[in-house]
Design a protein around this ligand. Structure first.
Ligand SMILES: [Zn+2]
Length: 459
């Protein structure tokens, strides 16, 4: 049996180093998956070509060369099981989803990463690190949008695999498999992973978030469009976005960057997955608050906001299941139906639908160039509010209305001391034909006003 195909040869090299490999379905030259689903495959060129996914990964050269895999290697991609199995933690940076901006924010907060092994992927990078021991959870967008962690219970597609874009995964010169050094993750980065619920230095979590369960989510959910998936642990709501703007009295800078896709244009089902991932409880006493956030997030979606209770109940049920999965059975102190009641009650009481979108928009407004129309105004805060309005429109998609409460703006931009000041500026935007009020809020501030941004969003 020859080792002549490049994939097999490289797979054997990885195995020699102790990295467990397995064949993954490759891509055809037209960008379709080699599996029978072809272009309809939700995970083109990335899903395991073995019955048990990365559980079949091995460092045993005999098994890698054996008949079972022999016919696969010529066209397969190479999967490397990450985590303790191979001693690897891989940081997956997706440029299309804004992973590079998220990385920049993290580096500003946590310090630089050592020059470790680095792979150019289809649209982004893989940074390989030595596994620190304990348990590092494979998760999506856990430490920033567009930043995935591939570790225990996960895998990566490795060079020289073919990406659907037509590019091969490639080691970076000087930081390659042959000529680079596998570095450790700095302590501060590990601490951050710990804070986000992705790392624990003991292994006792593996029983409930272990490889088997993770394999399933990885296969089901890691689709090419890059939507966040349910294996993302929850994080504090309204993650503070204020420090970026140089305001005192705020917490950590944002690690979220603007999404490349309009999140509200996600199909309802996809959006629910995204919302579940964002709002899943991360501690035993979080359920009530987080299920409210879930309701609030869903109310911001144009289609879901019109749903009948029967459909909403299904969404609440999916959230509950994910929450139980994330926290373990005993930690959720309510039954599924009790939780649904809390969800529906929360649904009724939402004042500002679409939590998260506003935060995204205001975070982006700090980074992005203001629109030309900003030249007409004198105050910096007016310019930034205007930029945020444009970002809102970008996020929700063309022509869709978005909600904004003046009080919420005050929290995100403390340079507006009173909601009334925000209100005046929004009125000024309306007068100048920049904004249109779609539906006025209630005077007592129980319900936010919805707007549309009327200028071109790319101007
Ligand atoms: Zn496929």
């Amino acid at each position: 049996m020859s080792d002549t195909t490049p994939m097999l040869r490289q797979a054997l090299e990885y195995a020699k180093r102790g990295w467990a490999v397995f064949p993954v379905w490759g891509c055809r030259s037209n960008g379709a998956c080699r599996c029978y689903k072809r272009k309809a495959c939700p995970n083109i060129g990335k899903h395991p070509w073995t019955d048990h996914g990365f559980h079949d990964a091995t460092t045993d050269a005999k098994r890698i060369r054996a008949r079972k895999w022999k016919n696969k290697w010529p066209t397969a991609n190479i999967g490397i099981a990450t985590g303790a199995t191979s001693g690897l933690v891989v940081l997956d940076i997706d440029s299309l989803k804004g992973g590079e901006q998220a990385m920049a924010a993290l580096i500003a907060k946590l310090g630089r990463l050592p020059k470790t092994l680095k792979v150019r992927t289809g649209h982004g990078w893989h940074l390989y690190f030595e596994h620190p021991g304990g348990f590092v959870k494979t998760s999506r967008d856990a430490i920033g949008i567009g930043l995935d962690i591939r570790a225990d219970g996960g895998y990566v597609v490795a060079p020289p695999s073919l990406h659907r874009s037509g590019n091969h995964y490639e080691w970076t010169p000087g930081r390659g498999f042959a000529d680079g050094t596998l570095e450790k993750l700095p302590r501060r980065w590990l601490e951050e992973l710990g804070r986000m619920g992705c790392y624990t230095d003991s292994t006792d979590r593996t029983d409930r978030a272990g490889p088997h369960r993770q394999r399933k989510t990885t296969q089901d959910d890691s689709d090419q469009r890059g939507h966040p998936t349910t294996d993302r642990p929850g994080r504090a709501p309204g993650h503070d976005l204020v420090e970026r703007s140089g305001q005192p009295g705020s917490a950590t800078p944002p690690t979220w960057s603007r999404l490349s896709a309009n999140i509200l244009e996600m199909p309802a089902k996809e959006f629910i997955k995204w919302a579940i991932a964002r709002t899943i409880p991360y501690g035993p006493s979080q359920r009530h608050h987080q299920v409210f956030l879930f309701a609030k997030t869903l109310r911001g979606h144009p289609e879901i906001s019109q749903w009948e209770p029967a459909l909403l109940m299904k969404a609440a049920e999916a959230w509950y299941k994910a929450a139980v999965r994330n926290l373990g059975e005993g930690q959720i102190k309510a039954s599924c139906d009790e939780n649904t009641e809390d969800f529906l009650e929360g649904w009724e009481n939402v004042h500002t639908p679409g939590v998260g979108i506003v935060e995204h928009a205001f975070a982006a407004a700090v980074r992005e160039e203001p629109p030309k129309a900003a030249d007409d105004f004198s105050d910096e805060r007016t310019k930034r509010l205007l930029t945020a309005c444009r970002e809102m429109q970008r996020l929700v998609g063309d022509g869709q209305p978005w909600y904004l409460s003046t009080r919420h703006v005050c929290r995100l931009m403390p340079e507006f001391e009173r909601p009334m000041s925000v209100y005046r500026i929004l009125c000024l935007f309306e007068r100048r034909g920049i904004l249109e009020v779609v539906e006025p809020g209630s005077p007592a501030g129980r319900k936010a006003t919805s707007y549309r941004y009327l200028l071109p969003v790319d101007g």
